[in-house]
Design a binder for this molecule. Sequence first.
Ligand SMILES: Nc1ncnc2c1ncn2[C@@H]1O[C@H](COP(=O)(O)OP(=O)(O)OP(=O)(O)O)[C@@H](O)[C@H]1O
Length: 367
Amino acid sequence: MSADVELESVSVDFGSFRAVDRVSVSIKSGEFFSFLGPSGCGKTTILRMISGFVEPSEGVIRLGGKDMRGIHPNRRPTVLIFQNLALFPLMPVWENISFGLEVRGIDKRSRRAKAEELLELVDLPGAADKSISQLSGGQKQRVAIARALAVEPEVLLLDEPLSALDLKLRQHMRAELRAIQKRTNVTFIYITHDQGEALAMSDRVAIMSQGRLQQVAAPREIYNHPVNGLVASFVGENNIFPGEIVSISGSFVEFKTGLGTFRAALGPGVTKTTRCQLYARPEHARLVDTQPDGFNSIPVAVSDVTFEGNFINILVTDRDGRMHTVQVRNDGAAAVPAPGAKLHMTFEPDRAIVLTDEAPVSAGLCA
Ligand SMILES: Nc1ncnc2c1ncn2[C@@H]1O[C@H](COP(=O)(O)OP(=O)(O)OP(=O)(O)O)[C@@H](O)[C@H]1O
């Protein structure tokens, strides 16, 4: 079983501080949905509200269409997995997994059978009698997930569960978690400040900043079409140019910066009077020897080159001393300029966008 989760204009106030501000979003049954945002933006508070440990100051939360107001955490169809997993070190794996079933009075043989079934599901067959201390970080993670699934929640809430793992294991567990979610079809709500994690695993991602939803969309949409500067600067890298709009024609803007006038796509909700900046991703910028005709070229000097494996970042400095990044794919033959080289950084108008600095005006805008 799996339930949809609806937040309708939900706010949380801690005294005079508003930690969550009029958040509206509908999470579909069986969806892998992530809340992504910087530390302190209200992600954990949202998770705690859905699980019943925090009551909203305003607004309504519905699980499977039912208003959750006043319903105790134990009586909700949710399970919350914490960062520290909280496994019982003195119990073998299978007893850890079936602990919630024991509390419900299920007999030992059925509990053991259920634990073994779940160990198959999380790809740990044969681990039932191991002790927790014999497991690696990733294996403990799987046991924690199996334990959460044992009580058959309709919604599984995950609070940065991979944050304690090393990079390689974290990347592996992303694929595992997604596979487990697809196998069980339970609604997964995941919170993280790691964009790679959220983009790789989720069907949809909600970007949060200062308690407010900025954008809710599929990962590709978020990356390719951020709705405002907060999203663009939080998800992926960007070269950012402050300036002001000179004119708007159709879906393009002429944008005056201290380094010249650039042409770029017009972002959502941007008008001539909006406070905005120009964003150009490093992978959409290029370096050329001679100044090209037309818009969007900046004289720069190469300051550093960093090798990142499958790509190379070329860091350049403009005449005002501001740093920008041009990224090239490492296909084994990429030409990389030497530090000190004087070049021109360019980007196509349809590969740059002018976005508002402002958060959405209406809380319902991105739900
Ligand atoms: N019980 C509380 N009393 C007062 N303020 C709180 C309380 N819980 C959270 N806050 C504040 O609310 C804001 C949001 O906190 P929350 O834990 O939801 O953020 P977060 O996005 O999950 O951050 P992190 O990624 O660091 O866990 C923070 O400024 C935090 O200090």
